[in-house]
Design a protein around this ligand. Structure first.
Ligand SMILES: C[S@@+](CC[C@H](N)C(=O)[O-])C[C@H]1O[C@@H](n2cnc3c(N)ncnc32)[C@H](O)[C@@H]1O
Length: 258
């Protein structure tokens, strides 16, 4: 019930929302030619490739992600400064302490199950003075898709199946606490208000599926997913206008210095 080639390929075609959020985060970071950057939860690597162009020929950008399917796409990218490894934010032991100038974490932290451990790893692999950049959904704001997911999966028979690795959207105060505990004393957090647009309910659900590696359906078995999707679609219908669906989202954008 994990990721699939189809979901990974679908994400590369539909991730403009995450890509633009990543560009906003990059505009707040100071990435210079020659730098070493770690992209945690790099997915199919299109933002990783963008960062490779910022660091230039003398720089190095490493992407890490647990999904073999997403990494297969990333590994086909041509940029010479890029390398990719399978792994999770919680365990960056393949990288030496102090070996990166910047750690970049876009649209990923909510999927990280042990966030305190990941934050300690980010601090460890950064050199003193290096920057940590994180952008992701805010736990202080409940977007429509979260309400619809909770509503539909709370009904019979779906409610019998517990979600294995649910998303954990951090509230600003929780994020501050994790940064402080990991030793990031110098930090700024701003809110990035964005609007996710979709043509219709199917388009929105496809985006949610490809973005979450199929976790839109929590822990329910494959055979129940079409039924859950149908019910979710019904819940989206009232939000469809002549211009499609526009969903407000609130992202927390952090820049912290090691
Ligand atoms: C929405 S995608 C974001 C991909 C990319 N950063 C972007 O902005 O387009 C979330 C990514 O987090 C990855 N992921 C899930 N759990 C993770 C973990 N524990 N550590 C690192 N990455 C993780 C997924 O495989 C997926 O590629």
């Amino acid at each position: 019930m994990g990721d699939t080639r189809e979901l990974a390929e679908g994400y590369t075609l539909a991730n403009d929302t995450q890509y633009n959020a990543g560009l906003f985060l990059l505009s707040r970071l100071d990435i210079q030619p020659g730098m070493h950057v770690l992209d945690v939860g790099c997915g199919p690597g299109n933002l990783t490739a963008y960062i490779a162009r910022l660091v230039g020929d003398g720089g190095r950008v490493v992407g890490i992600d647990p999904s073999e399917e997403r990494l297969a796409i990333a590994k086909s990218l041509p940029d010479r400064q890029l390398s990719f490894f399978q792994g999770k934010a919680e365990d960056l032991s393949r990288f030496e302490s102090g070996s990166f100038d910047v750690v970049f974490v876009n649209s990923t932290l909510h999927w990280v199950q042990d966030q305190p451990r990941a934050m300690r790893e980010f601090a460890r692999v950064l050199r003193p003075g290096g920057q940590l950049g994180i952008s992701g959904g805010s736990g202080d704001f409940v977007a429509i898709h979260e309400r619809i997911k909770a509503d539909v999966l709370g009904r019979e028979p779906f409610s019998a199946y517990q979600e294995v690795e649910p998303p954990r959207f951090l509230k600003r105060a929780e994020l501050e606490g994790l940064l402080e505990a990991a030793g990031f004393r110098e930090r700024t957090i701003v809110v990035n208000n964005i609007v996710k647009k979709a043509r219709d309910a199917d388009d929105m659900i496809d985006w949610l599926d490809t973005s979450s590696s199929g976790k839109t359906y929590g822990g329910i078995p494959l055979e129940l997913r079409p039924r859950a999707r149908e019910l979710m679609k019904r819940e989206w219908e009232p939000f469809v206008t002549d211009e499609g669906i526009k969903m407000d989202m609130e992202l927390l954008v952090t820049v912290a210095v090691r």
